[in-house]
Design a protein around this ligand. Structure first.
Ligand code: LMR
Length: 309
């Protein structure tokens, strides 16, 4: 997808640096061969390496997909200690060798907390440049609404994922709309089923990652890759007017969310910078759910720090 221009647009040449662990070196070589064989016009170079320093040198965009994977039945917390050490090492390499304005997207779980660890150990990378993926959850929410209302997914917008990329995340449709032949309509008006919107819709989106693991015996792949491209594309090239997206970003205290957490907020992007959408009304139901997912992130943060020690 990156080599085809899905991430950075059809006019942006790319050089791919791919990092994997030693046991996967041979398979990684195979991926490099395939990239060459696909003759992507935008692909100006491919580096396949098991050396973290070589991989990080000079990169402008780092998509951190490597981590210890969650297997069926495992909780995200189970994989925390393994990932904390991986992210500490990769943060140090990015800190020393990446381009000064490197933008970082953490995909591997626990994504928010991995991003926080990365931020801690790469202090010279501006905190605004370190993000995690909740666009997958955002897209899942759009998909659920489009199925329910029976409209094109591209006609649904402005859902919000608040908080952690985990089962405590809060998918919020209170400001979401659908583009209809008679103009933009609130999702709540078109669905007109608060029981579903406040119940099954939320749990379906929260549990979608686990449902995919159950079905595939593997984590989401296509949807995660596509959402990662969406995340970077909108961050670099900007969000469409009147539309926001969800990104896990360093909290500045907006919406009463404690600063010092990487928390998913609604954001708009312009000129390569994201800003949290301000002034949205938060009702009591939402407040409770936003705080619950923040609480989980605080617990993850303490767990991660205990693993570091
Ligand atoms: C997903 O949301 O699909 C993944 O984050 C699930 C997982 O834990 O790998």
């Amino acid at each position: 997808m990156v080599a085809r221009g899905v991430m950075l647009g059809p006019d942006q040449p790319v050089i791919l640096h791919m990092l994997d662990i030693e046991p996967a070196a041979e398979a990684l070589k195979g991926v490099k061969m395939e990239l060459i064989d696909a003759a992507f016009p935008l692909l100006k170079g491919v580096l396949a390496t098991t050396d973290v320093v070589e991989a990080c040198t000079g990169v402008n965009i780092a998509v951190m997909v490597g981590g210890f994977p969650r297997k069926e039945g495992m909780e995200r917390k189970d994989v925390m200690s393994k990932n904390v050490s991986i992210y500490k090492a990769q943060a140090s390499a990015l800190e020393k060798h990446a381009a000064a304005d490197c933008k970082v997207l953490v995909v591997a779980n626990p994504a928010n907390t991995n991003a926080l660890i990365l931020k801690e150990f790469a202090p010279s990378i501006p905190e605004k440049n370190i993000t995690c993926l909740t666009r997958l959850d955002h897209n899942r929410a759009l998909g659920q609404i489009s199925e329910r209302v029976n409209v094109q997914v591209s006609d649904v917008k402005n859902v919000i994922i608040w908080g952690n990329h985990s089962s405590t995340q809060y998918p919020d449709v209170n400001h979401a709309t659908v583009n209809t032949s008679s103009g933009e309509k609130p999702v709540r008006e078109l669905v007109a089923d608060d029981k579903w919107l406040n119940g099954d819709f939320i749990t379906t989106v929260q549990q979608r990652g686990a449902a995919i693991i159950k079905a595939r015996k593997l984590s989401s792949a296509l949807s995660a890759a596509s959402s990662a491209c969406d995340h970077i594309r909108d961050w670099v090239l900007g969000t469409p007017k009147g539309t926001w997206v969800s990104m896990g970003v360093y909290s500045d205290g907006s919406y009463g969310i404690q600063s010092g957490l990487i928390y998913s907020f609604p954001v708009t992007c312009e000129g390569g910078k994201w800003s949290i959408v301000q002034g949205l009304k938060v009702d009591e139901f939402s407040r409770e759910k936003m705080d619950a997912t923040a609480k989980e992130l605080m617990e993850e943060k303490s767990l991660a720090y205990s693993c570091l020690n």
